[in-house]
Design a protein. Structure first.
Length: 125
């Protein structure tokens, strides 16, 4: 398995993920929708929030692939060392061996985790 980076942030896309080792297991966690500070909201903050929310729901419902999905996949690939070629198709076949990997997230982060888990499990089966 690849060496787990500490985390990845793409502020323009509203993306944040972190990977860490815990009791011999690799945990990959994706953050959900990034709500703005409504007490100090700016026009830019409203548009960022709306884009994040709209894109996340479209991805969740299967209408469109959210930019964060590609960022989540790239982070997963970096952490695990397994590379996707396309929808549920690995360039490098998954070889998890004895490695234990848990994907988790809240809200949009949960959708990102489930999407990557689904693609990985289809190839491992």
């Amino acid at each position: 398995m690849g060496e787990a980076p500490d985390g990845r942030i793409d502020e323009a896309a509203g993306f944040y993920a972190i990977a860490y080792e815990w009791q011999g297991e690799t945990i990959i966690s994706y953050r959900g929708t990034n709500f703005p500070d409504f007490a100090n909201i700016t026009t830019e903050g409203v548009f960022d929030f709306a884009r994040d929310l709209w894109g996340g729901w479209n991805f969740f419902l299967g209408f469109d692939r959210h930019s964060q999905a590609d960022l989540a996949r790239a982070f997963y690939e970096d952490v695990t060392g397994n590379t996707f070629r396309g929808e549920a198709d690995f360039i490098t076949p998954p070889d998890f061996g004895d490695d234990r990997i848990t994907l988790t997230g809240h809200s949009l982060g949960g959708v990102l985790a489930a999407s990557n888990d689904n693609e990985a499990m289809e190839q491992a089966a």
